[in-house]
Design a protein around this ligand. Structure first.
Ligand SMILES: [Zn+2]
Length: 279
């Protein structure tokens, strides 16, 4: 499901990364709109020095301190969470939060359905190490990898969130979208895959929040390649999920649309049909 390899330009240099970072920040500074929190979304590993060099990370940290940013959010696979890298963030003026794409707490789902390439144990070790060093941990969970039915997908993220409750500070639900050149795209073109319903994201978020877990969800994209409902309520539901992510108030997710009935049928019946009934 991950289109990263296709979208990656090997010609991008460290100078390009810094240039992009500085220009994004100075655009905000010009509007005297310097944020409290900066999230550097690499779709990879911020701690992998082949992606972002130690020198680039240092320059970024210095700039953030200069602007008195309060919190930096980055992401990394667990194997790059090392003592040496974390030393770079010791005593910084900003708080560090590290997101790890666990995708699922089930080794079967992560290994066979997602092909992620690391074990739950490796995630657990990295999460414990980060917290031991005083940093915040976020886990990304993938809602609806290929080959799971709608109900299995909801159950998988909820079970995963509960299992990692004591290991992380916040759980981020990432509903799958159909990216170019992926197996998911081939299944989707043949109507063997449908991105998750936004109602499923709402349902998973409700169940996870009711377990006392901080949970966020920012569905990306619009239309049939992205997590969607009937089309009419998609924007309202996506917006509500983003708002809920800020306030953690479940009343925000008290939403209705005629298509909920269709979604309930999908949740009940796709366990048996194994193919999406409504696209
Ligand atoms: Zn609807």
């Amino acid at each position: 499901m991950c289109g990263y390899i296709r979208d990656t330009d090997p010609g991008v240099t460290q100078q390009d990364l810094l240039k992009q970072f500085y220009s994004a920040l100075s655009a905000l500074a010009e509007k005297s709109d310097v944020p409290d929190v900066v999230k550097i979304f690499t779709s990879g590993s911020y701690f992998d020095s082949r992606e972002v060099s130690k020198d680039t990370r240092e320059k970024i940290s210095l700039k953030l301190e200069e602007l008195e940013i309060k919190k930096l959010i980055v992401e990394s696979r667990p194997e790059f969470v090392t003592e040496e890298v974390l030393d770079e963030f010791d005593g910084r003026k900003f708080q560090l939060e590290v997101g790890i794409g666990l995708e699922s707490a089930s080794d079967f789902v992560r290994d066979i359905l997602v092909n992620k390439g690391f074990t739950f144990q490796e995630f657990e070790d990295a999460a414990k190490f980060l917290r031991h060093r005083g940093f915040r941990v976020k886990a990304y969970l993938l809602l609806k990898p290929p080959f799971l039915s709608e109900s299995e997908a909801i159950a998988d993220v909820v079970h995963s969130a509960v299992r990692i409750k004591k290991l992380v500070d916040v759980v981020s639900i990432n509903p799958t979208n159909v990216q170019k050149g992926t197996l998911v795209e081939r299944l989707w073109e043949r109507k063997l895959y449908r991105p998750p319903w936004l109602w499923s994201a709402v349902e998973a978020v409700k169940q996870i929040r009711n377990e006392g877990i901080e949970v966020i969800c920012h569905p990306v994209g619009r239309g049939k390649r992205s997590p969607h409902n009937c089309g009419k309520c998609d924007d309202v539901v996506s917006k509500a999920l983003r708002k809920f992510s800020l306030y953690q108030d479940l009343n925000i997710l008290d939403l209705k649309c005629w298509c909920m009935e269709e979604w309930i049928k999908a949740v009940e019946l796709e366990r048996f049909s194994r193919i999406p009934l409504f696209h």
